[in-house]
Design a protein around this ligand. Sequence first.
Ligand code: ATP
Ligand code: FE
Length: 335
Amino acid sequence: IYILAIESSCDDTAAAVMCNAQILSNVVANQKIHEAYGGVVPELASRAHQQHIVPVVDQALKKAKIDKSQLSAIAFTRGPGLMGSLLVGTSFAKSLAYGLGIPLIDVNHMQAHILAHFIEEKDFNKPPFPFLALTISGGHTQIVKVNDHFDMEVIGETIDDAVGEAFDKSGKLLGLGYPAGPEIDKRAKLGNPKAFKFTKPKVDGLNFSFSGLKTAILYFVQKQVKANPNFIEERLNDICASIQYTIIGILMDKLKLASKQTGITHIAIGGGVSANSGIREALKQSEAKFGWTTYIPKFEYTTDNAAMIAIVGHLKYLKGEYAQQNVMASARLKI
Ligand code: ATP
Ligand code: FE
């Protein structure tokens, strides 16, 4: 089974080719244009997808050393994401599937961040069901009870900002580039996580909130800079380490509660922020601390990629779950 997968939900144009759940190629074109604006500009993202999609798909097929006539199906991200971005991948996938006369398969991006764990996994049963998935990304922060590949329940989520936004917005006010998550991660390794204390938000149950933290960091930095104009420069690593430490604490507290409430001890993470070395480390340590079995995705399957779309395409192909030509992109698609 050869699947060509296309991902264009936000600012990365990606294509991957998969053969029987093995990745043959996984191509991502990042859009540098947004850096100058400190965040993704939807209209520019859509235009860049238009420019990238043909060469990216071509390259994925070339790297996989297959011809498009060998493809069994085309999988694409239907949502959630930016409408203008989603439309490019959706229209492209529809036309290609129609032209080749092969099935079209629609994929939910947030399910894909979770199902990425099954790439190259024999029998697709590791992590074993049911497991908990903490999906942390640029637009989402969710705890999902995964009963089966396509039977998922969101049991907790953010009531305001996503955790990726917390990283990016904190980074922005420290003068870091976009996205700031990877840079904060790098600097956090060189700083003292307990140098500064930020209070954790009080949110009931399994939900999250990150907008208060962002404001707290803003006020803290403003106050310090008033007293010492070089504060950010001098203490950047310590600030980054403290922010990251606080965020990881918030995530781990909720995961612990979710595990306690559900009795589930198989815990997976996914999404762009799961690339963070601190959260990866904290999760590993939780195995000895709480008796969990944890699942950490390969680095290249954390931020947006089409390999994760391909595995969902493969699993749906096995079930014969195809989309019709009139399928529409959906910016707010739910899990
Ligand atoms: P969504 O998946 O919710 O639609 P998205 O697709 O835009 O959002 P992803 O590509 O999954 O988001 O993740 C991007 C986010 O991950 C950005 O906010 C980025 O800062 C963050 N990120 C990437 N690497 C790291 C890291 N090492 N540490 C912290 N955050 C990181
Ligand atoms: Fe994503």
